[in-house]
Design a protein around this ligand. Structure first.
Ligand code: COA
Length: 343
């Protein structure tokens, strides 16, 4: 057994992948009653990428993970653990083991984390625990979702918002610790505001068959509803809870909001990003945003944006990044990172 000592966690590398099919607002407007103007002004979204029938979420996750491994100069066999944050797995039992197999990461334990759009932040916090306690050295964290397969494409209030994608990060044991503080929150009382519910067959309630008769006669088909959302309530929840959560993280380390170099929020709506930044008094040029290109990619949105921010050289040594995820559950969580470039 490894002796109990606290270790630091370092974000070694990141990667991301999105599908090739691009659906812009003009194209959506030919199918449902909406317009580029409505979508752009209310959400900031101009286009989203959606998965093809010959691709799965595991394929996207594999691409994103390969990029992170390559940049981190690691082999798949170096991974000790894979955390796959997704609410849209290819297999209801979870997709982490499929990802482990695709990568050939034979030494890694792997499991899914289901926490909707907060999934990546929560997985990062979970990974940090395993690093801190000295259990694991190299952890791959993937956030991926394909909500295009779960929205009702005739419902203009939801289908315009979502896109598919995957993002990955490798957290590595280090002498310097990047993770300053974090918090996770849940309000299950409001879970109905955003959900994809399991749908009991109608004939279970109305027909004469008992439940066991339905099962035995193979009339019982498993099915889920389409995604449903109370947009206004989710909006209000995000704008009120996310600044509080980030402020709580700042308070834990006795630092002011002005110390934040980059605000990286779940990319749900440009207006939410701006309202949260406003509450924290963070100038808009310090807010990382790529929502116009991808829409809301759920658990993938933060790692995709993080990867792009590293790739474009925006994040520099010792920058403080406030990251917050929020969404169905309702769940939300924040993590403050001071990124230390490797010497
Ligand atoms: N195109 C055109 N009109 C639309 C539309 C669309 N795609 N979707 C809704 N509308 C209409 C509504 O029917 C309504 O019309 P009405 O006034 O005649 O009834 C009008 O636009 C206003 O709708 P409303 O729901 O009040 O808009 P909104 O300003 O609240 O914006 C959201 C809707 C969904 C963009 C916004 O509530 C939001 O972003 N919420 C947060 C959602 C989110 O981020 N969820 C994921 C969290 S992880």
């Amino acid at each position: 057994m490894i002796p109990f000592t606290m270790h630091g966690s370092h974000i070694l590398s990141t990667g991301s992948a999105v599908p090739d099919i691009c659906i812009n607002n003009e194209l959506i407007s030919t199918v449902i009653d909406t317009s580029d103007k409505w979508i752009s002004t209310r959400t900031g979204i101009k286009e989203r990428k959606i998965i093809d029938t010959n691709q799965s979420i595991v394929d996207l996750a594999t691409l994103a993970s390969h990029e992170a491994l390559k940049k981190g100069l690691l082999k798949p066999q170096d991974l000790d653990l894979i955390l796959f944050a997704t609410s849209t797995p290819h297999d209801l039992f979870g997709s982490a083991s499929q990802l482990q197999n695709c990568l050939g990461a034979s030494n890694a334990a792997a499991f899914d984390i289901t926490a909707a759009c907060s999934g990546f932040v929560i997985a990062l916090i979970v990974a940090h625990q395993f690093i801190q306690t000295g259990i694991y050295k190299n952890i791959l964290i993937v956030g991926a979702d394909t909500l295009s397969q779960w929205v009702d494409w005739s419902d203009r209030t939801t289908c315009i918002l979502f896109g598919d994608g995957a993002g990955a990060a490798i957290l590595q044991r280090s002498l310097k610790n990047d993770i300053l503080s974090f918090e996770i929150n849940t309000n299950g009382h409001e879970s109905h505001q955003l959900s994809i519910n399991y749908n009991y067959p109608k004939n279970h309630c109305t027909g004469n068959d008992t439940y066991t008769e339905l099962l035995f006669n193979q009339k019982y088909n498993n099915q889920y509803d389409y995604l449903t959302m109370n947009g206004k309530e989710v909006y209000k929840f995000a704008v009120s809870q996310v600044p509080t959560s980030i402020n709580n993280c700042l308070q834990k380390i006795h630092r002011p909001a002005k110390d934040i170099t980059w605000l990286l929020l779940h990319q749900a709506n440009q207006r939410i990003l701006e309202a949260v930044a406003n509450k924290l008094k963070i100038p808009i040029h310090q807010v990382i945003s790529n929502i116009q290109f991808y829409g809301n990619t759920s658990a993938a949105s933060i790692p995709i944006a993080l990867n792009e921010a590293f790739d474009t050289g925006h994040i520099c040594n010792r920058d403080v990044i406030a990251i917050a995820g929020f969404g169905a559950g309702l769940t939300w969580g924040s993590i403050l990172i001071q990124w230390n470039a490797l010497e």
